[in-house]
Design a protein around this ligand. Structure first.
Ligand code: 2BA
Length: 110
């Protein structure tokens, strides 16, 4: 058995959960926050049998779109003349999805 941890954008989460449920995957949704943008995203825990691994990954890839976001960089640039630090806007491409796959030693339901 595998545990898929998929970090997706909030905009894609509802549709992805719907499609996963339609295909009888078990899903748990967590409200999470990205460390870089410090804005909300969604983390899904999906426990599945190895035979369904490709099917699940394909669904995630199909639904989750990459998007550009403008963020104020947490990394500051130093101004040589003033010695002041000022944040500046940067564009980053977020997603489609960041997926970690773990092998599950044991799966128990009471
Ligand atoms: P955030 O940490 O808020 O990152 C959002 C996007 O900002 C990233 O998109 C990436 O394009 C950019 N980014 C992140 N760190 C950066 C840096 N040091 N310099 C420049 N740009 C940077 P994604 O890579 O698609 O990641 C989307 C979200 O997935 C992340 O949100 C984070 O919540 C999660 N994530 C990504 N990689 C991860 C990892 N190795 N471990 C844990 N979570 C991860």
């Amino acid at each position: 058995m595998k545990l898929m941890i998929a970090i997706v954008q909030d905009e894609d989460a509802g549709r992805l959960i719907g499609e996963l449920m339609d295909q009888n995957f078990g899903v748990t949704k967590l409200a999470t926050t990205g460390g870089f943008l410090k804005s909300g995203n969604t983390t899904l825990l999906i426990g599945l049998n190895e035979e369904r691994y490709d099917e699940c990954l394909s669904l995630i890839e199909k639904v989750c779109k990459s998007r550009k976001q403008v963020a104020t960089s947490p990394v500051s640039m130093s101004s040589a003349s003033s010695g002041m630090y000022s944040p500046y806007p940067i564009e980053v491409t977020v997603g489609g999805a960041t997926v970690f796959v773990l092998s599950v030693d044991q799966f128990v339901k009471f």
